[in-house]
Design a protein around this ligand. Structure first.
Ligand SMILES: *[C@@H]1O[C@H](CO)[C@@H](O)[C@H](O)[C@H]1NC(C)=O
Ligand SMILES: *[C@@H]1O[C@H](CO)[C@@H](O)[C@H](O)[C@H]1NC(C)=O
Ligand SMILES: *[C@@H]1O[C@H](CO)[C@@H](O)[C@H](O)[C@H]1NC(C)=O
Ligand SMILES: *[C@@H]1O[C@H](CO)[C@@H](O)[C@H](O)[C@H]1NC(C)=O
Ligand SMILES: *[C@@H]1O[C@H](CO)[C@@H](O)[C@H](O)[C@H]1NC(C)=O
Length: 459
């Protein structure tokens, strides 16, 4: 807070005795009075959901995390699939994909695009999922693809039953079957792997989702050809919150990360809003030494970003980075600032983010079917006290019931009933904490819109 006053003081000093300083002070006063009034008024609704009691716990999360930790230590690019054949869970069996003969192949060339001229051809005409499936799999193969996914679905369901009944039976099921499509090998659930070269990155695209059924086909119509053109290995995971709780995007991303690792040792996770479409093929969806924010501007903001430290919409982290930062916070129920909280975690662990410059990082948004979800009334308090929860809230305290997993031709549908986790008594309670929310919103205002580094960063 002291810093906020310092900043205010500096601004007033610099603009000493001018109309600007009076205007500025007036604005600040109005803003403060307004936030205090609002927060007092809303006091009763400043409530953080607390532990909703025992649900059927997912018995296998610890198993995935153990795998994450273990494989995080092996070098990237090392072929880890050899150990999978005995333990594959939903993973494809070894034979189906090794038939493609890619194991000894040279690394895929870094695709070169005459940036930024090499533009994605947008088509936002409304279509159904079925039409998009047919667009991508020409008729000849579509029937085959459908059959393949149906068979694999039976394996997935069997695995789910096994996990539910007895966790030690984890991993008896392997997905079978693949189809060669041009330069790619296709395996069920929309998993694509280059046929003639070893991909530079194995990318899981994780999309938090609820009730955006007209946007999803448009998203897939553009994203699948986009990723193929970049010669990446990839799979798309739609993580659907299947309840009426406030939407919790960051929690869903954690689920997406963990569940995607059941299918492949992804080494890069791209978190993607379903309504954002990249405009340039040169916007490479691989990861890097540092977490990457892929967006330098979007149509709704006149191809700019809202503030310099923004880290939402589309960003990529390696599996290792994800593990180091303990994933994302699980406590943000409702719209707002979870992306700032994620960015704060990233800074706190000594990472810097990278971002493409100029047109390469432009996005268009699919406007139809856009619903504003309920905002999170305690978000500023949560953000302010985020440091306390970095190590204790994220991947390593998460649990959720076993999701319903459906393999679709172009994506894997992970439908999950997430609920608030137990509130650790060492964390500041944001319940009824009107003051902290007010201060938090002021901090947020100064930090973001005046372009300062985030609150959370300071010790
Ligand atoms: C856009 O999509 C619609 C619906 O699938 C299709 O009829 C139309 O031909 C497409 N337009 C272009 C330019 O591809
Ligand atoms: C593909 O299938 C659709 C519907 O089954 C049909 O209308 C269309 O003519 C077919 N296209 C080709 C190229 O066979
Ligand atoms: C991040 O960037 C800052 C400023 O450019 C630099 O001082 C710092 O060393 C960088 N950190 C890492 C881990 O590269
Ligand atoms: C995902 O699966 C659930 C239930 O299994 C279903 O209700 C939902 O419509 C599916 N969502 C998508 C995007 O396919
Ligand atoms: C609560 O958080 C503290 C650190 O903030 C951690 O040491 C402890 O294990 C956590 N308790 C539970 C039950 O997760």
């Amino acid at each position: 807070m002291a810093r906020v006053y310092m900043i205010m003081g500096t601004v007033v000093y610099r603009t000493h005795h001018t109309w600007l300083s009076r205007l500025f002070l007036l604005c600040v006063t109005v803003f403060m009075v307004w936030t205090v009034l609002i927060s007092l008024h809303l006091k009763s609704v400043f409530e953080v959901p607390v532990d909703s009691g025992p649900l059927q716990q997912h018995p296998d999360i610890l198993g995935i995390l153990r795998d994450v930790r273990r494989s995080g230590r092996t070098a990237r690019g090392a072929d880890e699939t050899s150990q999978d054949d005995r333990t594959c869970l939903y993973r494809r069996g070894k034979t189906s994909i090794e038939n493609g003969g890619t194991s000894k192949a040279a690394v895929c060339p870094e695709p070169h695009f005459a940036s930024p001229e090499d533009k994605v051809q947008l088509n936002f005409t409304g279509v159904g999922q079925n039409e998009v499936d047919r667009e991508i799999f020409i008729n000849r193969t579509f029937a085959k693809i459908r059959r393949l996914n149906k068979e694999a679905q039976r394996d997935v369901d069997e695995t789910r039953r096994n996990v539910l009944s007895d966790v030690s039976r984890r991993g008896r099921t392997c997905l079978r079957g693949s189809v060669d499509l041009d330069d790619y090998i296709y395996t069920p659930g929309g998993h694509w792997k280059p046929r003639h070269c070893a991909p530079r990155w194995k990318v899981a695209v994780v999309v938090p989702f609820r009730d955006r059924f007209t946007q999803l086909p448009l998203f897939l119509r553009h994203l699948v050809p986009f990723m193929k053109k970049q010669l990446l290995e990839f799979g798309i995971y739609i993580i659907e919150q299947s309840n009426d709780e406030a939407f919790n995007k960051a929690f869903l991303m954690n689920v997406g990360f963990l569940e995607s690792l059941r299918f492949q040792d992804w080494d890069c996770v791209v978190h993607h809003d379903v309504d954002h479409i990249p405009l340039s093929y040169a916007n490479y969806y691989g990861c890097g030494e540092m977490p990457r924010h892929f967006m330098s501007g979007e149509d709704t903001w006149d191809y700019k970003i809202l503030y310099p430290d923004i880290f939402g919409q589309v960003f990529g982290v390696t599996r290792k980075q994800m593990e180091v930062i303990n994933g994302f916070p699980n406590v943000y129920w409702g719209w707002g600032v979870e992306d700032d909280a994620i960015y704060s975690r990233i800074l706190l662990h000594g990472y810097n983010r990278t971002r493409p410059e100029g047109e390469v990082g432009y996005y268009d948004t699919i406007r139809r079917d856009h619903k504003q979800s309920d905002s999170n009334k305690v978000r500023h308090c949560l953000l302010r006290h985020g440091r306390e929860r970095v190590d204790s809230d994220g991947l390593y305290n998460i649990w959720y019931p076993v999701p319903r997993v459906t393999l679709e031709p172009l994506y894997v549908n992970v439908s999950v009933d997430i609920r608030p986790l137990a509130w650790n008594s060492t964390w500041t309670s944001c319940k009824n904490n009107a003051l902290s929310n007010t201060i938090g919103s002021l901090d947020f205002f100064f930090n973001t819109f005046l372009g300062f580094r985030h609150v959370f960063k300071k010790a």
